[in-house]
Design a protein around this ligand. Structure first.
Ligand SMILES: Cc1cc2nc3c(=O)[nH]c(=O)nc-3n(C[C@H](O)[C@H](O)[C@H](O)COP(=O)(O)O)c2cc1C
Length: 344
């Protein structure tokens, strides 16, 4: 039995959110222990958004919301770490309980609601971190900010994290902040992205460094919505698209005692939906815009499929909860499988 299996056994006796908090604290205090969990160095260098990655498997946003265990996650072998979602002001999120493990399905339902310690705290953590892997910072808006003023929050976070991030993700796809997903469509999307790209171009001059901007989308869009949003994203000159966030769908977990809990479903039952959404977006976006695949990746084959569909990189969250650092190695092998097949 591996060290991870032992830790998982103990952590799964706690409720999902307490287990998560304990894991973050453990990784924060004992980054060397995390390094000892690393089974094999998964090296498969990739370039994406003009950045060099030691391997194409990253940690998805939400696992390290406050940037407190970047060193530990990097030491485990991830090729990149995306911290956040961070909002301008600290906020508590939704009342507990708000995170549920559906162990039989290797899944999680969460309605955390962007609980985080605010952008100033996150920046202090990032400043103290050793920077030995690519770092993405995922930004959002406070729950009390109405959608009409959402761009103020995103612009504030963009400006603040700009000098610290290798890339910045605009998260408009959480199902747990009221009406946030409306920002994925039409004029709201165009207005937000244009404002952020314009600000980024000014910051690029000021800092003599152009930081790539990615947008993260939900898997619950119709084919028409995907095409329309892809056209707007292509026009605004964004650098990458991350697909997908969690789903509101419950068909794959029907009958489970937590199935009717409100929030976003992640993990294995999201895999097929996320893959389909990824493929539709890939077909709708111009080929020069790279895509990062996330959603339900839990083994070598599910990673291979995402790379075969055109992912430049992938991210994992729930699969990592269930499989631990071994998933970094198997997902990297999946990337290699897809690359070999495309050369054959
Ligand atoms: C508990 C939890 C919290 C999350 N928080 C965030 C977040 O703050 N920002 C974000 O962009 N995505 C967040 N996500 C979504 C993940 O980044 C990812 O897109 C989604 O879970 C699908 O990947 P997975 O099936 O590998 O978990 C969260 C997911 C979970 C399970």
């Amino acid at each position: 039995m591996s060290l991870f299996d032992l830790a998982r056994g103990a952590l799964f006796r706690l409720d999902a959110e307490s287990a998560h908090a304990a894991t973050v604290q453990m990784m924060r205090r004992m980054p060397r222990l995390s390094a000892s969990l690393m089974r094999a160095q998964a090296d498969l260098p990739r370039t994406c958004m003009g950045l060099q990655f030691r391997n194409p498997v990253g940690v998805a946003a939400g696992l390290d919301k406050n940037g407190e265990c970047i060193n530990a996650l990097a030491a485990m072998g991830f090729g990149f770490v995306e911290v956040g979602t961070v909002t301008p002001l600290p906020q508590a999120g939704n009342p507990r309980p708000r995170m549920f493990r559906l162990t039989e399905h290797e899944a999680v339902i969460n309605r955390l609601g962007f609980n985080n310690k605010g952008v100033e705290y996150l920046c202090r953590q990032v400043e103290q971190a050793r920077r030995d892997c690519v770092l993405g910072i995922n930004i959002g808006k406070n729950a009390t900010t109405p959608n009409e003023r959402a761009s103020d929050d995103y612009l504030h976070c963009l400006q603040r994290v700009y000098p610290l991030a290798d890339y910045i993700t605009i998260n408009i796809s959480s199902p747990n902040t009221k009406n946030l997903r409306d920002l994925q469509q039409g004029d709201a999307l165009a207005g937000l992205l244009e404002a952020l790209v314009t600000k980024r171009d000014l910051l690029a001059v000021e800092h003599a460094c152009r930081v790539p901007l990615a947008v993260k989308l939900a898997p619950d869009m119709s084919a028409e919505q995907i095409d329309a949003s892809a056209a707007i994203i292509a026009q605004t000159g964004l650098d990458a698209v991350i697909a997908t966030n969690t789903t509101l769908a419950r068909d794959k977990v029907e009958g489970h005692r937590y199935a009717e809990q409100a929030g976003g479903l992640s993990g294995k039952p999201l895999c097929a939906l996320s893959q389909r959404c990824f493929e539709q977006l890939r077909a709708a976006l111009p080929s020069h815009i790279p895509m990062i695949g996330v959603g339900g990746i839990h083994d070598r084959e599910s990673a291979r499929q995402r790379f075969a569909a055109g992912a430049a990189l992938v991210q994992v969250y729930t699969g990592f909860v269930y499989h631990g650092p071994d998933l970094i190695e198997s997902a990297t092998q999946g990337a290699d499988d897809a690359a070999r097949a495309s050369r054959a």
